[in-house]
Design a protein around this ligand. Structure first.
Ligand code: NAD
Length: 487
């Protein structure tokens, strides 16, 4: 039998600085949303702790980058192996701490392993170009690490959304201070700390400091931190962007969405329905790429709506740790109240509640709203709950107008048997991710991921985009001897 990845005594009431240690603030409980049970306590960081960590990380970074590339690579291969060995334990933490179903937690853990493997390859990539120059001069453009990267991550895909930044940032030679969401600090922070600790990452290179907005704000103003990679809400992202701009830090913002799935009149109804249910209800709708609007051609609207309502009613909701359910709990009462109030407001604004709309504890019933017009708040705002917003359209032109009627621009998808028509329509959507014959929730780890408009600030993360994200160009020239300038 293998030893556990995260023995309770190791992490309880601690944070990670290379060592597992107590924090400066009182520990806070780790709560299982499905049962309300306390799973332990985490230590939280204050601004001083953030500063101590960023200083230590800065010192560790130059030594790390000086290491042979294949030594750096090895750490990520070992971390991936460890994640495979402890797969079930990691899945179990994601289920318990974030309310994920087993299927979602397994997909997240597999994506994490893939991200580690991909990061293992980064140190051996070509890191620049040879430029034409004057005779006798060698001119190189090369990629250099930024230094210390502050990563601020959310609760919904806590492990993957942290590792997708932490692993490539480290692999190309940076140090990282990670601030996971305090609601998911074990699966979204300590799992990562432990994998890298056991894989032999040098001490001080990675710090995992749970904490709320104050700890995040301390990162954005810390002088040792060169860049912030933030994934979270558009509201908090704006604040992070402002602070990073003021302090002249590079900033990558991966933010919210209100993503349309457009179903054309020639779509296979069974397929369209399966895609809609997945896009709307996966992880209780708590996904940035969740299908926030179902735009359905008038010719099939009524049949589609009736079948979606039946589908929603058939989905089971409960504790994903003890029962085989389709939907688990929402993360906490604030998130639940936000979803509930938005459904209420939608009805006041004229929407019809077809099913759902109520909750028990943190378990929110799969909901369908019809008759939603473009001036309804639920048409515009991100719900982050299991709520289908179904809107009919008559022409492709109208579908484009409805899909683009949002400040966000993260993901969009179109279902049709006529790929040419779907692509022509898709070309006119303002979106960072576009899927023809699929739904809106997709990530293959090796693709660039990022949104336009209020979904981000023009950065992308993942695959080839990681070099742009986590390094900076340096121009280097070399001559046999310095020239005699005439002045
Ligand atoms: P959130 O913005 O409340 O929190 C995200 C993280 O930011 C947490 O770690 C939080 O502690 C921290 N934070 C909050 N205020 C801060 C501040 N002023 N300064 C620094 N840090 C601060 O978001 P959430 O509720 O955890 O996540 C849901 C949101 O995240 C949704 O809007 C969702 O669409 C978005 N999201 C986007 C992506 C993406 O890749 N585009 C992925 C997942 C989630």
């Amino acid at each position: 039998m293998t030893d556990p990845l995260l023995p309770f005594e190791l992490w309880n009431k601690r944070l990670f600085t290379g060592d597992w240690q107590a924090g400066p603030l009182s520990p806070t409980p780790v709560i299982e949303p499905a049962s309300g049970n306390q799973l332990g306590e985490i230590a939280n960081a204050d601004a001083q702790r953030v500063n101590l960590s960023s200083e230590a990380a800065s010192q560790a970074q130059s030594l790390w980058f000086a290491r042979p590339y294949d030594e750096r690579s090895l750490v990520f291969r070992k971390a991936a192996q460890l994640a495979e060995t402890h797969f079930d334990e990691i899945v179990s933490w994601i289920i318990k701490e974030s309310g994920s179903t087993r299927a979602k937690a397994s997909v997240e853990t597999s994506a994490t392993i893939k991200a580690l493997h991909e990061s293992a390859g980064l140190p051996s990539h070509s890191q620049g170009e040879i430029l034409p120059s004057t005779p006798g001069r060698l001119s190189l453009a090369r990629r250099r690490p930024l230094g210390v990267i502050g990563v601020i991550s959310p609760f919904n895909f806590p492990l993957y959304l942290a590792i997708r930044a932490v692993a490539p940032a480290l692999a190309v030679g940076n140090a990282v201070v990670l601030k996971p969401d305090p609601r998911t600090a074990v699966c979204g922070g300590f799992v990562i700390a432990r994998l890298f600790e056991l894989a032999g990452l040098p001490k001080g290179l990675l710090h995992v400091l749970p904490g709320g907005a104050e700890a995040g704000e301390a990162l954005t103003s810390d002088p040792n931190i060169a860049m912030i990679q933030f994934t979270g809400s558009t509201g908090a992202g704006r604040k992070v962007g402002e602070a990073a701009g003021r302090n002249l830090k590079k900033v990558s913002l991966e933010l919210g969405g209100k993503n349309s799935l457009i179903i054309l009149d020639d779509a296979d109804l069974d397929i369209a329905l399966a895609n809609a249910a997945w896009g709307v209800y996966l992880h209780q709708g708590q996904i940035c790429m969740a299908t926030g609007r179902l735009l359905v051609h008038q010719a099939i609207y009524q049949t589609f709506l009736e079948r979606l309502v039946a589908k929603a009613k058939s989905l089971t909701v409960g504790n994903p740790d003890t029962d085989d359910v389709a939907l688990g709990p929402l993360i906490n009462s604030q998130q639940r109240d936000h979803a509930y109030q938005l459904v209420q407001a939608a009805q006041h604004a004229g929407a019809r509640l077809e099913t759902g709309g109520h909750y028990e504890g943190l378990f929110f019933q799969p909901t369908v709203l019809s008759g939603v017009t473009a001036d309804n708040p639920v048409f515009k705002q991100e719900v982050f709950g299991p709520v289908a917003v179904v809107v009919p359209f008559e022409t492709d032109e109208e579908a484009i107008r409805l899909a683009n009627d949002t400040e966000f621009g993260l993901s969009a998808a179109i279902i049709s048997k006529d790929v040419g028509r779907a692509l022509k329509l898709g070309e006119r959507l303002k979106t960072g991710l576009l899927h023809i014959n699929d739904q809106t929730v997709n990530d293959e780890v090796i693709n660039p991921f990022g949104g336009v408009g209020a979904s981000g600030n023009g950065t992308s993360i993942g695959g080839a985009a990681n070099w742009e994200e986590f390094t900076q160009w340096q121009w280097l020239t070399l001559k046999g001897e310095a020239p005699a300038y005439p002045l």
